[in-house]
Design a protein around this ligand. Structure first.
Ligand SMILES: [Zn+2]
Ligand SMILES: [Zn+2]
Length: 384
């Protein structure tokens, strides 16, 4: 079987419900019932839409690293559940009250859309403080316990149900499905990181970890005029790839600490990095990262999303060197908007389309997860 991804997306009209091709009564979801067991493809009745709810036919879903952590038991996940939170699709149906996108313009059946994987109420104290991922009513697509009355709340399915107040975005037509699919996890999270950083033009940036988030961070730093942009990863293939995404220099993280320090000092005229972005989540990498900062530097931690040992840091160094440390987890709807603007502007400059290395139908979801787990490509897609 040829799993190479097609160079073009299927035409939009293929998925639009018509009188000849109406919305079915039932549709499939891939249910993870038990860690270590294959997901089961099950059929459930599609929900009847109320108010401003939206039903989306999934066109493309990509498997995120956190889906693999959940599926293979490396982090807690609600069971049974439907995984998948990087996705896009085409609107199949809209509730009787009509629905609008995040910008406020009305949505239509057939629109190609993505949406915030973080559903937040917009009203609670955290939402009003700009901390939407901490909403008191938070729900995350692909992270909920399966509701048998409506299990369509994850990407590993034919359809996804979007409750009222989901932040929905139309996708610019020139950006291919496989480029956009990671936007509502990886790209939007990196946009939230850069919102924390503020202006990066002319500042030196080190990126630790060259997976999907690291490649996006490299590209965003380069596009924002940062320099030098230095990527560090223990896998030489991964660190080398950052050069295609705008890195000035790729450093192998298996080099000893002194050697990494020496390379960084050479590249930054002896100052160190103004900004270090940590995306590996490895305690040893964090202990190194703090050493790489220039005086007054800013360390942004975003990779530590799974349990690991405590990190040893010198509080004295943080104080004496005027260092700043921030954490970022998930994002606000505005970050997803920025992510889509970034991809529309730069998807031809940086080879995001090449990062999806396999394409499977939903009925082969278990093969797709096994391939992603064993081969560790940047992304594998499930296409509808
Ligand atoms: Zn994710
Ligand atoms: Zn809230």
């Amino acid at each position: 079987m040829n799993n190479s991804i097609e160079s073009t997306d299927p035409p939009l009209s293929e998925s639009v419900p018509t009188s000849a091709n109406p919305i079915p009564d039932h549709a499939r979801v891939a249910v993870l019932q038990q860690i270590g067991k294959p997901m089961a493809i099950q059929s459930y009745p599609l929900p009847r839409l109320q108010g401003s709810e939206v039903l989306v036919r999934i066109r493309c879903a990509t498997i995120c690293g956190s889906d693999l952590h959940s599926c293979f038991g490396r982090r807690p996940t609600p069971l049974p559940g439907v995984l998948g939170h990087e996705m896009l699709g085409q609107i199949a149906d809209i509730g009787p009250a009509g629905a609008a996108d995040y910008e406020g313009s009305s949505l239509q059946v057939g629109d190609r859309v993505t949406w915030s994987m973080v559903w937040s109420c917009g009203r609670c104290d955290f939402c009003r403080q700009g901390l939407r991922p901490k909403c008191l009513e938070l729900k995350k697509f692909g992270h909920q316990t399966l509701d048998p009355a409506n299990p369509f709340f994850g990407a590993m399915a034919d359809y996804c149900w979007l409750p009222e107040r989901t932040a929905i975005f139309r996708i610019p037509s020139e950006v291919p499905d496989r480029v956009v699919s990671p936007a509502n996890c990886a790209t939007a999270t990196v946009a939230a990181i850069f919102r924390q950083i503020g202006e990066c033009r002319g500042r030196s940036v080190v990126i630790q970890g060259a997976g999907m988030l690291g490649l996006v961070a490299t590209a965003m730093a380069a596009a924002g005029g940062a320099g030098p942009v230095i990527a560090i990863d223990p896998d030489p293939r991964r660190s080398e790839r950052t050069l295609q995404f705008g890195a000035t220099q790729a450093i192998n993280a298996t080099s000893n600490v002194e050697e990494i320090q020496a390379q960084l000092q050479r590249l930054t005229d002896g100052r160190g990095a103004d900004i270090v972005i940590e995306l590996s989540g490895q305690p040893a990498a964090i202990e190194l990262g703090i050493e790489l900062l220039a005086i007054g530097g800013h360390y942004i931690l975003a990779g530590s999303t799974f349990p690991s040992r405590a990190v040893q840091l010198s509080a004295e160094q943080i104080v004496r060197r005027w260092l700043r440390i921030s954490g970022v987890y998930n994002y606000n709807p505005e970050d997803l908007r920025q992510a889509l603007v970034f991809l529309a502007a730069h998807h031809q400059r940086f080879p995001f389309a090449d990062l999806v290395s396999g394409s499977y139908p939903l009925e082969q979801v278990n093969e797709a997860f096994t391939h992603a787990e064993n081969e560790r490509p940047i992304r594998v897609a499930i296409v509808g």
